[in-house]
Design a protein around this ligand. Structure first.
Ligand code: HEM
Length: 226
């Protein structure tokens, strides 16, 4: 078993399975975030549910593990590729057969990681370890997660534009990362063939666009519409 995990295909399999887990997480997170468009009560009830439901509390450490495995194994596989492949060979031959996103997955991934660190400091850290404002909805006291999110993107100040730009650039990088990652993950776990490769590429592109556009709607909504 330990031989398999340290083998090349074992490492890629861990990257793919953790990646597929993160793909599901992104859809759940986007759905929860779209409640922001429904106003403060709708979003605060949804955030309170996510923050207190026992099943979701069990999922949180698993999510952290999913991110950790995905990042660590991506770095290991990438360093191994750099070490074993001469640079010129890679540059000349890969360009014809692959997309820009597929050749730059590590940079897109690291860019998304930088976004994620900023993002966790903005919201997760404040809600879990800071002193967030509270509000009462339907007689229940809860954290005012809506004001926290709205406060970052609203106000019309320069900082709101800077954060909106960081977030939207992060979502575009995430969309490009997913454009290659989606079908590639299915390929690695063996759920792809010539017929399905085309379908998975299309489904992956639709998914990547939903994620990039869906998340981008939120800063745009607060900045220009709300
Ligand atoms: C405008 C878009 C987004 C908004 C408004 C948003 C909002 C939030 C909020 C309010 C939390 C804290 C939840 C809590 O602790 O109760 C959170 C946590 C988190 N977000 Fe986001 N998020 C956005 C995009 C993203 C993206 C694109 C990713 C992944 C690349 C992401 C990954 C996470 C993770 C890993 C957590 C911590 C786990 C959790 O509490 O669910 N978020 N987000």
């Amino acid at each position: 078993m330990s031989n398999f995990i340290s083998s090349s295909i074992g490492k890629k399999l861990i990257m793919s399975i953790s990646g597929l887990f993160l793909i599901v997480f992104l859809l759940v997170h986007l759905t929860a975030n779209l409640f922001l468009l429904g106003g403060s009560d709708a979003f605060n009830i949804s955030a309170h549910f996510m923050g207190t439901n026992p099943l979701i509390q069990i999922m949180q450490p698993l999510l952290a593990l999913g991110f950790a495995l995905h990042i660590i194994y991506s770095l290991i596989v990438q360093f191994h590729n750099w070490k074993s492949r001469p640079v010129n060979y890679a540059k000349v031959n890969q360009k014809d057969a692959s997309t820009w996103a597929s050749r730059n997955m590590i940079w897109l991934g690291l860019f998304v990681l930088a976004f994620l660190i900023i993002h966790l400091i903005n919201f997760f850290w404040v809600l879990k370890f800071g002193e967030p404002e509270t509000t009462v909805v339907n007689g229940v006291e809860m954290e005012d997660a809506y004001s926290l999110v709205a406060g970052l993107f609203i106000n019309g100040g320069t900082l709101a534009y800077v954060y909106s730009a960081i977030y939207i650039i992060g979502f575009i990088a995430l969309g490009m990362h997913l454009h290659h990652a989606f079908w590639s993950a299915f390929q690695t776990i063996g759920w792809s063939n010539i017929k399905w490769r085309k379908r998975l590429t299309l489904i992956g592109d639709v998914y990547a666009i939903i994620i990039a556009v869906g998340f981008s709607i939120i800063p745009i909504y607060f900045l220009f519409i709300k």
